[in-house]
Each structure stands twice: as C-alpha cells, then as structure tokens.
Design a protein around this ligand. Structure first.
Ligand SMILES: NC(=O)c1ccc[n+]([C@@H]2O[C@H](COP(=O)([O-])OP(=O)(O)OC[C@H]3O[C@@H](n4cnc5c(N)ncnc54)[C@H](OP(=O)(O)O)[C@@H]3O)[C@@H](O)[C@H]2O)c1
Length: 309
C-alpha cells in the first residue's frame, strides 16, 4: 500500500509518500480504505523528534491517529459493522500512528453519516473521544460554567460544543485572531496567557465551576485560582498537573467507553445540527510536508486533514 511516512526525525520535509506493508485488523478492530486522516500535535511532535514517545517508534513510521474510510476487513469478534460501511474513528493510540495511509486499522469507530464530509469525519476521532472523556471526568452538566483554556484547536473546538450541548456555559480562550471563531462556537471568548483571572472576572459575573486545560504551559495555577480548587481542573496536556493536584487525563487505551459512546453521541448531535467538526485546512496526502508545516503555525481553527488520492 502507499503511506505517508518518515524514516528519520526532522523537519516536515522528512515526510514522503511511498510503499509500506499493509496492516491487518486484529481482534475487535476494523481496517478501512482511508479517505481522509487528521493531523494531530502528536504527529508533528513525533516527526520532529520532540516527543519522548519517539524512543519507542519503529522507523519508518506512518503518522496520524484519526481516519475515516470504507471498511474492507473485519477483525475477530467485531459486530455491528460490515465490509463496505463508511466509518470514522481512531487507531489504537498506543501505536502512535498509522492513519495517513491507503489502509488503516481502527480501534474505535462510528458510522459516518451521509451528511458528514470525509474531511470532517477524518478530523473527528480522537478530538471527540478526548473531549467526551474529559467532560465526563469533570462531570460537566446543565448549569455548569466551564472554562476551556485552548478552545480553538482540534480538541478545544469540539469540547466547547459538546459542553454546550450538555447545557454548560463555556468561556473559551484563544489567540486574539481566534476570538470571533470561539464566539461562533457559542463560547464566551477571551485570550489566553497571564492575567486570565482578571479577564474572566471582567466578562463573567459569577463563579466558574470547572476548568479544562487543553493547551499552553503554565496556566494551571491560574485555573486553580479561578475555580477555587485543583479538584475542579483537568488537563490533557500539562504533565506537571498532578504535582498541583490537577488530574491529567491521557488517551483512552482500549477505546472504551469514551471512544465508541462518544463518537456515536457526537454523530447524533451532528445529524441534529447541534455539533460540527471544524476543519481548518485540507491537503492531499502527497503534500503531507506542507500540512505539517501548516500545523506548526497558529492560530488553529479545528483540524488539519489529509485526503487520500
Ligand atoms: N491527553 C490526551 O488524551 C490528549 C488527546 C489529544 C490531544 N492532546 C494534547 O492536547 C493538546 C491540544 O491538542 P489539539 O489537538 O487541540 O491541538 P491543536 O489543534 O494544535 O490546537 C492547539 C490549541 O492550543 C492553543 N494554544 C496555543 N498557545 C496557547 C496558550 N499559551 N494557552 C492556551 N492555549 C494555547 C491554540 O490556540 P490559538 O490557535 O488560538 O493560538 C489552539 O487552540 C496537545 O498538546 C495534544 O498533544 C492530549
């Protein structure tokens, strides 16, 4: 099969498209012929040699954890899906990649509705899984006021919308360029960076119950100050969180329950017109190097996606 791949760590130009051995679906997995695959921060960090997980990569490596495509092989014990079905989801994240190729093996998935484009579907998997997992962990519900630090990217833009569908009021941080994008997601926008408690007080009259830290470094003490307790803050990106009493939520290895239930719930909301998957830019897989170079620059408005030829 063809695959986007790199055989050494380095700048985006180390990426090429070339032949690669086909993967096969293991127990509980499906293989898809890929139509679109998301580009995630972990793909960029691994390729650049900036991720400690790079030590366990076998090179050459295929980047990408999110994919959408047509099922062409079923692993053992897979039910509820058939060869030929259109689905989207994510690879087993412990493999750190494999999605941007002719064929990819998905660990969790949902049926792609006809109204969802391949690009949107390819962007959805881990963003929806992660957002669902952390909103569940924080117990975001009707009447909650939630601050999301890093609201415009692949995870944040999904978390804002899913929190609002739960009845929460959301304050979202972003770069100055992203204030209107965050407002269009129906969050109250403000900028990230030092002085956040003062800015939040200026735009929100009342308590902030919970905070989700998605991106950026050094803001956890301010998020604790805003909510009043570290127990009300969850981070997905700051490994120093536990030292401050903040819960750090990592990938849902095994894909259950947030992967499958999260994707199915998001599809239902998508079909009701209450949820969308923001796609900022689409590149053909042959231009994966351009896509990674784009991903290294902000501001971000949802996901960057690669399409298969
Ligand atoms: N633990 C997990 O399960 C898990 C799962 C998925 C992702 N992640 C991690 O979560 C992080 C975000 O992922 P993503 O896919 O949303 O990334 P992304 O799509 O690249 O978006 C990055 C976001 O970071 C924001 N940002 C940049 N500087 C910031 C700052 N100083 N303070 C607050 N926000 C800032 C950006 O805002 P502007 O564009 O407005 O500048 C943008 O919204 C990454 O580190 C990723 O590796 C963790």
């Amino acid at each position: 099969m063809f695959a986007v791949q790199f055989d050494r760590f380095g700048p985006p130009e180390v990426l090429s498209v070339g032949p690669f051995p086909e993967p096969h679906a293991g127990r509980g997995e499906v293989r898809v012929r890929v139509r679109a695959a998301g580009v995630s921060p972990v793909d960029v960090a691994l390729r650049a040699g900036r991720s400690p997980s790079g030590d366990r990569l076998a090179l050459p490596h295929i980047p990408g954890v999110d994919a959408a495509g047509v099922v062409d092989e079923l692993g053992a014990d897979v039910t509820g899906v058939a060869v030929g079905d259109e689905v989207f989801g994510a690879v087993d994240v412990s493999r750190l990649g494999g999605a941007s190729a002719e064929f990819a093996v998905l660990q969790f998935w949902a049926a792609k509705p006809a109204s969802m484009s391949w690009e949107e579907a390819g962007a959805g998997g881990t963003g929806i899984e992660t957002a669902t997992r952390v909103l569940d962990l924080l117990d975001v519900r009707e009447g909650t006021t939630l601050l999301i630090d890093g609201a415009a990217g692949g995870v944040g833009s999904v978390a804002v919308q899913l929190a609002i569908t739960r009845g929460a009021r959301v304050i979202g941080t972003g770069s100055p360029e992203n204030q209107s994008f965050i407002a269009r997601l129906a969050a109250i926008p403000t900028t990230y960076g030092p002085g956040l408690p003062e800015r939040v007080r200026a735009i929100h009259d009342g308590r902030v119950d919970l905070a989700l830290h998605v991106a950026g470094a050094g803001s956890l003490p301010e998020l604790i100050a805003i909510t009043g307790t570290a127990a009300s803050v969850v981070t997905i990106a700051d490994f120093a969180g536990p030292q401050l009493g903040v819960r750090l939520s990592l990938g849902d290895f095994g894909g259950e329950p947030h992967g499958r239930h999260g994707l199915a719930a998001a599809v239902a909301l998508f079909e009701e017109g209450r949820f969308r998957i923001p796609v900022q830019e689409v590149f053909p897989m042959e231009q994966a190097a351009r896509a990674h170079a784009f991903a290294e620059r902000g501001p971000r408005q949802g996901k960057i996606v690669l399409t298969a030829p």
